[in-house]
Design a protein around this ligand. Structure first.
Ligand code: DC
Length: 231
C-alpha cells in the first residue's frame, strides 16, 4: 500500500451485518482508524430522545436545530477508539440501545440531517486515512473511494447476532422483537427518499451469512489487498 496518501475504505450494509466489529478489526489490521458513522446518527437520535418537545418526524424542526447551532455532533479518536460527542459531551456509551437506534433511523430520513453529517464525515476523511462504515459511504460520502465493500447477511442471521450482542451487553432482549425491529429498520433505511441504503455500482458485495467472524475478516482483508495491489 502507498504511504504517501490517505486511504479511504467505504463499508456499507444493513443493520446487524457485523459492520462495526468487522470494521474495528479490519482497521486495526490495516493500522488505520475506523469511523462508525451510525454513531453520529445515533447521537442525533439521542438528542431528540432527550428533548421530548422535538419530534423525530419533524423535518423542519430538525433542520432548525442544525441551522441555529443547537445541535453539534463531533468525533475524536483516542488511540483507535472513536469518541462521539454531542454538544461537546462524550455520549459514546449512551448510543447502543434500541430506542436510540430507532430514533437515529427516523432522523436519518431527512436531507438536512444527512447533509450535515455527510459534510462532517467528508471533512474527517480529508484529515487522515479512514475506514468508514455506514449506509451511504460508497454512494454519497466517498464516491471515489478505491475500496467499497457492501456487507450483508440474511435478516434472520443479522437479528440473531444483534440479539446476542444485546444480551452480552446486559440489555434485556427477545429474538422475535429484535427480528421484527430489524425488518422495520431495513424497510426504513432502504426506502427513504434521501440516500437510501443500496450498494454502490462498484461495491464488492460480501454476504456473511453462515460465515465465522474470522472468515469474514479474511475476505475483507483480501478485497482491500487486491484493490491496493492493483493500484
Ligand atoms: O449502523 P447503526 O445501526 O449504528 O445506524 C443507526 C441508524 O443510522 C440506521 O438505522 C441508519 C442510520 N445511518 C444512516 O442513515 N447512514 C449512515 N451512514 C449510518 C447510519
Amino acid at each position: 500500500m502507498k504511504n504517501n496518501q490517505f486511504i479511504s475504505i467505504a463499508v456499507d450494509g444493513p443493520v446487524g451485518a457485523g459492520k462495526s466489529t468487522l470494521c474495528d478489526a479490519l482497521a486495526r489490521r490495516l493500522g488505520i482508524v475506523h469511523l462508525d458513522t451510525g454513531a453520529m446518527y445515533r447521537a442525533f437520535g439521542l438528542y431528540v430522545l432527550r428533548h421530548q418537545d422535538i419530534s423525530p418526524d419533524d423535518e423542519e424542526a430538525l433542520g432548525r436545530l442544525i441551522r441555529e447551532g443547537q445541535i453539534n455532533i463531533g468525533v475524536s479518536f483516542e488511540g483507535d477508539s472513536q469518541i462521539t460527542l454531542l454538544n461537546g459531551k462524550d455520549v459514546t456509551k449512551q448510543l447502543r440501545g434500541e430506542a436510540v437506534g430507532t430514533a437515529a433511523s427516523a432522523v436519518s430520513r431527512f436531507s438536512a440531517v444527512r447533509r450535515y453529517l455527510v459534510s462532517l464525515q467528508q471533512e474527517l476523511a480529508k484529515e487522515r486515512s479512514l475506514l468508514i462504515d455506514g449506509r451511504d459511504i460508497g454512494t454519497v460520502v466517498l464516491p471515489d473511494a478505491k475500496v467499497k465493500i457492501f456487507l450483508t447477511a440474511s435478516v434472520e442471521d443479522r437479528a440473531l447476532r444483534r440479539f446476542h450482542q444485546l444480551i452480552d451487553a446486559g440489555i434485556d432482549a427477545d429474538y422475535a422483537t429484535v427480528l421484527k425491529d430489524m425488518i422495520a429498520r431495513d424497510e426504513q433505511d432502504q426506502n427513504r427518499q434521501t440516500d437510501p441504503l443500496r450498494p454502490a455500482q462498484d461495491a464488492i458485495i460480501l454476504d456473511t451469512t453462515n460465515l465465522k467472524f474470522e472468515e469474514s475478516l479474511q475476505k475483507m482483508l483480501a478485497i482491500v489487498c487486491e484493490v491496493y495491489e492493483q493500484n
